[in-house]
Design a binder for this molecule. Sequence first.
Ligand code: IFM
Length: 436
Amino acid sequence: MLSYQSYELPEDFKTGTATSSLQIEGGDRNNSWYRWAEEGHIKDGTHCIVADDHWNRVGEDILLMQKLNVSVYRMSLEWSRIEPEEGKFDTEAIEHYRNEIKLLKERGIETLVTLHHFSNPLWFEDRDAWVNKESVELFTRYAENVVNSLGDLVSNWVTINEPNIYLIYGYIFGQWPPGKTKIGEFFKGARNMIKAHIRAYEKIHSVRRGLGFNDTRVGSAMHLRLFDPKSPSILDKIVCWLYDYLTQKIFLSGTIEGRLCFPLGFGSGKDKKRYSDFLGINYYSRDIVKFVFSPGEAFGRREVKKDAEVNDLGWEIYPEGLYRVCKDMYNLYTLPIVITENGTCDKEDAFRTKFIYDHLYQVKRLIDEGVAVKAYYHWTLMDNFEWAEGLSARFGLYHVDYETQKRTLRKSGRFFSELCEKKGVDEDMINKYLKD
Ligand code: IFM
């Protein structure tokens, strides 16, 4: 029998859900993921062209959020809609997002807006996307345009979501657009995405200052995993360190300190300034890493811990990892932490409730130990298009029937809703949701 204890989160702690435009909106043919799906790369044969039809159901979906008692919502903007052709900005698309954000505000929900979440406009993709040096300028111009149009409504911004994952899947594993396996392009992309983050950070601040606001907060949302060595052997430890350094630390130093570390540059920062006002952390799982000497495996093999609990995609469920990652990051940077994503793939909703309980328990532990965790965004509001996995991988607090677009609150959603309302978990919730 598992034992649970109640816990309380601070009154000013914010809870909400996160989504991204491409994964829920549907209806846009002008982006890299539409083309990727058309080319037949999605594992379950599904497509992003309809997804949750959110573009046409914004009002209805905001009601879903209200039912969850959330006070914050992380959403992203589709660059290909806002700038459908290079240098041409679509005022209707911007107006659509303005209305959405206004509606959220009216319902008491504050937004954290992401400018780039994996998908590129086709014109940008066809100019080599982030591998092209010009991407820095192109992204900054897009950011400036957006903040000029929405900056009066939005104080909190994420520049780029998970640049590390975008580049690993698109340029090393070749499983996401543009489907390449070129390590050199991974590093070029990393350099440009970091530079773009820095430029956008400065631009967002200056545009909003110009509009008369001084409450701007800008960060990135970094996917951070734990890499634990399979054995105490020094080789396993070195490979772990290398994975962490090349896929995480160089991105963090870049986006937070403005430093291009080797092999992106020679480590010197622009100055002592910070280029992130908060640490946006997307945490899901950990990998157990083992040294192997085999061509094609980059000296290491990532495995799932033996006998570990896993989700539908085989990712280890490891709540303590959230504690470890946040603690590490806070020790390194002492910036306020925002959990910009955390969630799990659980079609049957068999373990999501416990997942939420356990991860927020770790958040509570962090707060009690003085780590400034300010907000938690659950990934995700409703089932959606999970990139190369397609529509069948289900992460939602709401189940979505894609035939009818009917949304149904899952049991884990009811639990999360009570947690948001009560700012914690009480005995009643434990009895109702967690004891079988
Ligand atoms: O669905 C994704 C999201 O787009 C980025 N972070 C991880 C989620 C789950 O895989």
